[in-house]
Design a protein around this ligand. Structure first.
Ligand code: UDP
Ligand code: MG
Length: 314
């Protein structure tokens, strides 16, 4: 029977912790009863340097349910993506499947059972996808959806409307462990791992208590980090802009020369305007070219695995 770990990053979640712990234990009990997961499955709370009583509450929960509730205390606040990674990497050696979910119960815990079913059908990664965002404010919905579209436009493969609610098998976790990058954007990395994947759809709810730990500033930072960690397209765009401006300068040259010969220009204007356009274009192109190399260096230093093997027949 497969051992399940529910990994939950928590930052200042004292208001929801007990509610969440109870809900997740309920899921474990239910799945154990249905013989879908092993009896020693557990919930792993990761305290991401909370300033409130979150850690004390995790300790309390662990004392009351030592088998089912475990905790990891990070030395300080490292942000959601790293906290989640810390949890997944800790869980990796103790479980066969890990489901990551937020502490605020916005993601439907009923979907976990479906995820486990999909795992048993042979999927190594199962994405939780929001089918309905009506509980989000218009602003959140709009910014989030623009975000997925922009990512797509920049050539970053992400699963539309999927955040970090997902199941990963031990195999997928072991491959994920090979990604040593510090600019961590899980939603971009996981789809590059490969393997058979599936989606489970659910309705996103309101936070049960407390307030969002993702203000606009952090959301923009996440989006920016997502793009710059995955795509060197912005550099290519600059190169193309350089090319366009050089073409523009040639057109400007024709215009300036015509003006020069028809005689209705101030002395010195022709050479000046031509140099400005041309040099501007050449400079952009040069920056773009240098950028292309930096882009390559960037990809190299990430040291991402070049391929992941799923099976070998021998
Ligand atoms: N979180 C974290 N570290 C942070 C910020 C958030 O571990 O620095 C956790 C938080 O406790 C929650 C999850 O990340 O479990 C998602 O945060 P939140 O629900 O506030 O984001 P939203 O759903 O509003 O986008
Ligand atoms: Mg939330």
């Amino acid at each position: 029977m497969d051992r399940l770990a529910i990994v939950v990053p928590c930052y200042n979640e004292e208001e929801v912790l007990h509610i969440a712990a109870e809900a997740f234990r309920g899921v474990l009990d239910d799945l154990i009863k249905k013989q879908k997961i092993a009896e020693d499955s557990f919930v792993l709370f990761v305290n991401d340097g909370s300033k409130d009583k979150t850690w004390e509450l995790i300790e309390e929960e662990h004392a009351a349910h030592p088998m089912q509730i475990r905790g990891v205390k990070l030395a300080g606040n490292v942000g959601h993506q790293f906290a989640l990674t810390a949890g997944l990497m800790t869980a990796k050696d103790m479980c066969d499947i890990a489901v990551s979910i937020d502490a605020d119960l916005q993601d439907d815990i009923k979907a976990i059972e479906e995820m486990v079913d999909k795992f048993h059908e042979g999927n190594d990664i199962v994405y939780g996808v929001r089918s309905d965002r009506s509980s989000d404010t218009f602003f959140k919905r709009f910014t989030a959806q623009s975000f997925y579209k922009l990512m797509g436009g920049m050539g970053v493969k992400t699963v539309y409307n999927h955040a970090d609610f997902r199941l990963m098998s031990k195999l997928a976790l072991e491959q994920f462990a090979q990604y040593g990058e510090s600019n961590l954007f899980l939603r971009g990395i996981v789809p590059t791992i490969g393997y058979q994947t599936a989606c489970v759809y659910y309705e996103r709810k309101e936070r049960v208590a407390g307030e969002t730990k993702y203000p606009l500033k952090k959301m923009l930072a996440l989006a920016f980090n997502g793009i710059t960690s995955f795509s060197i397209k912005p550099i290519s765009l600059i190169t193309w802009l350089g090319v366009l401006i050089i073409i523009g300068s040639i057109l400007a040259a024709i215009y300036a020369l015509i003006s020069y010969f028809t005689g209705n220009v101030v002395q010195g204007w022709t050479s000046l305007i031509l140099s400005i356009w041309f040099i501007g274009g050449v400079q952009l192109l040069a920056i773009g070219m240098v950028g292309q190399y930096i882009g390559k260096i960037y990809v190299e230093v990430k040291h991402r695995p070049r391929y992941n093997i799923e099976k070998i027949l021998q």
